[in-house]
Design a protein. Structure first.
Length: 433
């Protein structure tokens, strides 16, 4: 069963509806009930048991669809485990324990990862949870402590906050999303804190334990945080041990990730690898492309090596954060010389209509030529809006060309074109990019 991307994004999609409901009163929408609290959001009850049932049903359906598609294409599916036996054989162990040796000219390893757990904070699936166990919950936590402020921690903290849970986010870094665009992280932190979420920055968790119906999280500085539940979002470990990699000559890193080149080859002849187990980029889209490239290459087709500079990624928080290409950090460090323009969403007509106050569009382009080399979008559904920037980066479109493309008015995407037009104005006025 799928336990990562599909269920988490389904839960987040539910939280997005609540996010819209929370803006209802600003848009002039109220319920008929009278009383002290007759807001729209207060009239909506979150049935977490039903939410998580739907989440897992959708995950199972997606898994079944993929399995059926493989079977209809003549692919044999074995439910069980496998390990390499050299580079030309795979030993498959079925669910009933029977072993079968499969001859293999080409082998693709795509074993994914499993949640990392602290030895002093073992997850029990009831009160102390990892990101696979969180769907066991049938009632909203009274107070959820999320340990880890990376993508996984931020996404779950955002979702449960929107569902009405009191959330405490424990971050060992200065702010949320330390690996993302700093301006985007600033916006998200302001939004979280504005909604009442407690963010404990520069606070490293060292242990977690249960005390009756409470969870106690110990911090490195001696403090304790108490809540009803705790979600441990402290990274992932590749599923690469005990599957015969070293014996077959497949090199792995110190962290256990499989070393691959840009066409997904490992260091063992005929053995390829794709997905999170390679540590290249923990995105489903990248995993799928790695797999396609591996198979095309193994079959002798002409392939384009994986180009991470063209990969668009998204953090499914509220608001979402989408990025592609060159980063602000690369520009600030001098690694890449590019011009930057940031356009706040508060000037966008569609954003005003929808009651959206937070977010921006940022474009990066090369000096002189104006070729777009990257961008950031912080907005509702940024994952959809980033596509036009991805096309611009992939096809080396200039800001002049993008400025002349039509967008619908009013629309959020209009801000992307407007950012290009403002960069175009710099060029027309003789100002450097």
């Amino acid at each position: 069963m799928l336990t990562d991307c599909v269920p988490s994004k389904t839960l987040i999609a539910t939280a997005e509806v609540m996010s819209t409901i929370h803006r209802a009163e600003e848009l002039g929408l109220r319920v008929w009930e009278t009383g002290e609290d007759s807001g729209v959001a207060s009239s909506v009850h979150v049935d977490l048991a039903r939410v998580n049932e739907r989440v897992m049903d959708l995950a199972a359906a997606q898994s079944a669809d993929i399995t059926e598609k493989m079977r209809t294409q003549g692919i044999r599916v074995i439910k069980g485990t496998g390990r390499l036996n050299g580079t030309e054989e795979v030993i498959a162990t079925g669910a009933d324990g029977t072993e079968e040796t499969l001859k293999a000219d080409i082998t693709l390893i795509a074993t994914g990862t499993t949640p990392r757990e602290l030895p002093s904070a073992q997850c029990d699936g009831e009160r102390i949870l990892n990101w696979k166990q969180v769907y066991n919950l049938t009632e909203l936590p009274e107070k959820l402590i999320v340990v880890g402020s990376g993508v996984t921690g931020a996404e779950f903290a955002s979702a449960y906050d929107e569902l009405g849970v009191d959330v405490v986010l424990v971050s060992s870094r200065d702010k949320v999303l330390p690996g993302q665009d700093e301006d985007a992280a600033d916006v998200l932190q302001e939004v979280f804190e504005g909604r009442g979420m407690e963010i404990m920055s520069r606070s490293r968790a060292t242990a977690a334990r249960r005390e009756g119906d409470e969870v106690v999280v110990n911090l490195q500085d001696g403090r304790e945080v108490r809540g009803s539940h705790c979600l441990m979002a402290v990274g992932a470990i590749p599923n690469t041990s005990g599957i015969g990699l070293e014996e077959a000559g497949v090199q792995v890193t110190e962290s256990g990730h499989i070393v691959t080149d840009r066409v997904s080859r490992t260091t063992a002849r005929g053995v390829y690898a794709a997905g999170d187990c390679t540590g290249v980029f923990a995105l489903a889209s990248v995993a799928a492309m790695q797999g396609r490239i591996a198979m095309w290459h193994s079959l002798g087709d002409a392939v384009s090596p994986l180009d991470l500079k063209a990969v668009s990624s998204n953090v499914f928080t509220s608001p979402e954060i989408a990025t592609v290409g060159v980063t602000q950090a690369q520009i600030d460090s001098g690694e890449v010389r590019a011009s930057v323009l940031t356009l706040p969403l508060k000037s966008n007509a569609r954003a005003k209509m929808q009651g959206v106050h937070d977010g921006f569009v940022k474009l990066f382009c090369l000096p002189v030529t104006g070729i777009i080399v990257g961008g950031v979008v912080v907005a509702p559904h940024a994952s959809e809006l980033i596509h036009s920037v991805s096309i611009a980066v992939g096809d080396r479109i200039t800001v002049d060309e993008l400025a002349n493309d039509f967008t619908v008015y009013p629309s959020m995407s209009g801000s992307i074109a407007e950012a290009a037009r403002q960069l175009h104005k710099r060029r027309a006025s003789g100002m450097p990019y």
